[in-house]
Design a protein around this ligand. Structure first.
Ligand SMILES: [Zn+2]
Length: 622
């Protein structure tokens, strides 16, 4: 009996000593755990919006009234167009209103007069040739950046919007707009030049802008410029005031002007500062753009413009590396002749909508998209949809004349089938685009004046459409004027690069996601730790992870989002690495019960021994 009890005590003690050590997993044996990127959390972050008024009299604007929720937005929940849920990020917006000083306004006008040129040419808004006063938009943007101290500098955590009224420059009047044949119009504009970098075509009529920005964290709008054919709903302010008979000397006149400018500020904040996303942006270590060019042109067309000249993978890579510098970018381009792909040819023939006018015929995208979806692995090998690598399949059709079309039932009232056609569409799992020999590759032949042997290729279109797939929306979602921005996502501009607003929005969202994942894991860790004997294992990685999260906040609030993504990744990794080790620690309650059991056994043994004492004290030899 005594031997049995002793054996039991020894076993219990051994198990007690060895148990915690078996539960602590050595650091080297912990492997990187997979991350649940669907975690839901909410983050509220501040953002400053600075408004600089140029050419407006302080007595005709009421900034106290402007700074009210019906006039400008104060809260913006991150929106995703294609998802029922929001991004989990709430922006609190703080405004700073500044009236430009008289010396600054004078210098600004002097500079614009210096760089301005006069051009008599067909103005698409008027439909006739007029005298246009043009200012180089990039130069002016650069001047505003160089002279930023003259208006108090740019905010470190936010954006600046200039709202100008420059009627001291040649500007249109209401009469000129209403009766251009009586009064020769004298509009002024900001101008850019765009060329297609595949086939050299010069994009026409890019002289006629009323706003510009995007290379830095600011954007300027000249309400006295225009009218521009691209923004028919935005007439120059001086013409609007005359047309509506607004008297700025009255109380209502001041309210009207304040509201009018507020609407532009609202649009700009929504389009540029805190834009909506098309799809929820997904951070990935590597984005692989798997481009398949499907050539369905005639033999002569192929000889005239070789398909290899219609795409520049180097430019696509450069553009995306500039957008997400912390990720790897791989671009692969595969050229295929549709004539070698019998199944695809049959599918296209079955989806072809014929018209007597071949320029209005098209291939219906919906059945074709379904076909490509079903046969995806035939065109793109090794599709990856995780954080290590995100494959983005891109299909580009080279047609002779007809396009791709997307039919809607309400289009039966459209005056022309051409209304249903498009050049690119970004679905959630692939991009499908189409360009034609007649209208794009050889576009120089059909325009007036002609641009012989010049055309437009796929590169800019691919950059734009893939921009949607990784999340970015058009800058004109909430108002046309913000399309005047240096961004591949603009319709009007023909940029190969993304604006600072695009870059910030995407990188900020990646930081938000990674930070929210780290915070969720951190709180799970705290819950798990509360029942564990953490005195046995208090990893220094946890302190480091908390320090990193604090650094993410610093980088985020100084808009250094690229660094913030990298720091947030490091912090998240530490929380995920430590978590399984904490989970494996002994449970505090269980350990206490174990100790109490041992104590009971020892106490029992001592009592039993005492009871046995008289027998033991017997002499061995009597
Ligand atoms: Zn688009």
């Amino acid at each position: 009996m005594g031997k049995l009890v002793r054996l039991f005590i020894v076993l219990a003690l051994v198990s007690l000593v060895t148990m915690p050590s078996t539960m602590i997993v050595p650091v080297s044996s912990v492997r990187t755990v997979s991350v649940d990127t669907s975690v839901a959390a909410t983050r509220t972050v501040p953002m400053s919006i600075k408004i600089v008024f140029i050419g407006f009299n302080q007595s005709t604007l009421n900034t106290t009234y402007m700074n009210w929720k019906e006039n400008i937005p104060f809260k913006r929940v991150g929106q995703v167009l294609t998802e029922p849920k929001d991004t989990g990020v709430v922006f609190n917006l703080y405004y700073d209103f500044v009236f430009a000083s008289t010396p600054f306004e004078k210098e600004l006008l002097t500079y614009l007069r210096k760089i301005g040129v006069t051009k008599d040419k067909l103005n698409p808004w008027f439909g006739v040739s007029v005298t246009n006063f043009l200012y180089d938009a990039d130069k002016f943007e650069d001047w505003l950046f160089q002279n930023r101290e003259m208006y108090g500098g740019l905010p470190t955590n936010g954006y600046t919007f200039f709202v100008a009224n420059l009627t001291q420059l040649p500007s249109v009047t209401y009469d000129q707009m209403a009766r251009p044949w009586m009064k020769s119009p004298t509009p002024h504009y900001f101008s850019v030049d765009y060329y297609d970098l595949d086939l050299g075509y010069k994009i026409r009529n890019r002289e006629f802008m009323t706003a510009w920005g995007g290379h830095h964290g600011f954007w300027f709008l000249d309400l006295s410029a225009g009218p521009s054919f691209n923004t028919p709903n935005d007439a120059p302010i001086q013409a609007v005031i005359t047309a509506l008979e607004i008297d700025l000397r009255t109380v209502y006149g001041v309210s009207w002007l304040t509201e009018y400018l507020s609407d532009y500020i609202w649009e700009s904040v929504y389009n540029l500062a805190v834009p909506q996303f098309v799809y929820l942006p997904k951070y990935s270590e590597k984005y692989h753009l798997a481009i398949t060019i499907l050539d369905n042109r005639t033999k002569e067309e192929k000889e005239q413009i070789p398909i290899g000249k219609t795409v520049r993978p180097d430019l696509i890579k450069k553009s995306y590396k500039d957008l997400v510098p912390y990720s790897d970018i791989e671009i692969t381009v595969t050229f295929r002749n549709c004539s070698d792909d019998k199944e695809l040819l049959r599918e296209m023939a079955n989806s072809y909508r014929d018209s007597r006018d071949p320029s209005q015929s098209y291939v219906d995208l919906r059945p074709l998209y379904r076909f490509l979806q079903a046969k995806l692995s035939r065109y793109v090998a090794n599709i990856s949809q995780n954080e290590r690598e995100l494959t983005i399949p891109v299909f580009c059709f080279a047609f002779s004349e007809s396009y791709l079309g997307y039919t809607y039932k309400w289009d039966v009232s459209a005056t022309s089938e051409i209304d249903e056609t498009f050049s690119g569409l970004a679905q959630e799992d692939m991009v499908v685009c189409a360009l034609t020999q007649t209208n794009e590759f050889d576009r120089g032949a059909i325009v007036d004046p002609p641009q012989p042997n010049k055309g437009m290729g796929f590169t800019q279109l691919i950059i734009h459409e893939v921009g949607h797939m990784i999340g970015l929306m058009h800058p004109h979602q909430y108002g046309d004027v913000n399309d005047f921005v240096s961004s591949a996502m603009s319709y009007f501009c023909y940029d190969y690069n993304f604006s600072q607003f695009d870059k910030d929005a995407l990188r900020r969202m990646h930081t938000d996601q990674l930070t929210m994942q780290a915070l969720v894991k951190s709180s799970e860790l705290k819950v798990a730790s509360s029942t564990k004997v953490t005195s046995l294992y208090n990893p220094p990685e946890l302190i480091r992870a908390e320090e990193l999260l604090a650094r993410v906040d610093e980088q985020y609030s100084s808009m250094n989002y690229t660094a913030a993504v990298v720091t947030a990744l490091e912090a998240r990794k530490l929380f995920y690495d430590v978590f399984p080790r904490i989970v494996r620690l002994p449970n505090a309650a269980l350990l206490l019960a174990q100790w109490l059991f041992i104590f009971g056994v020892v106490a029992g043994y001592c009592i039993a021994r005492r009871l046995e004492k008289p027998e033991r004290s017997k002499p061995k030899h009597q």
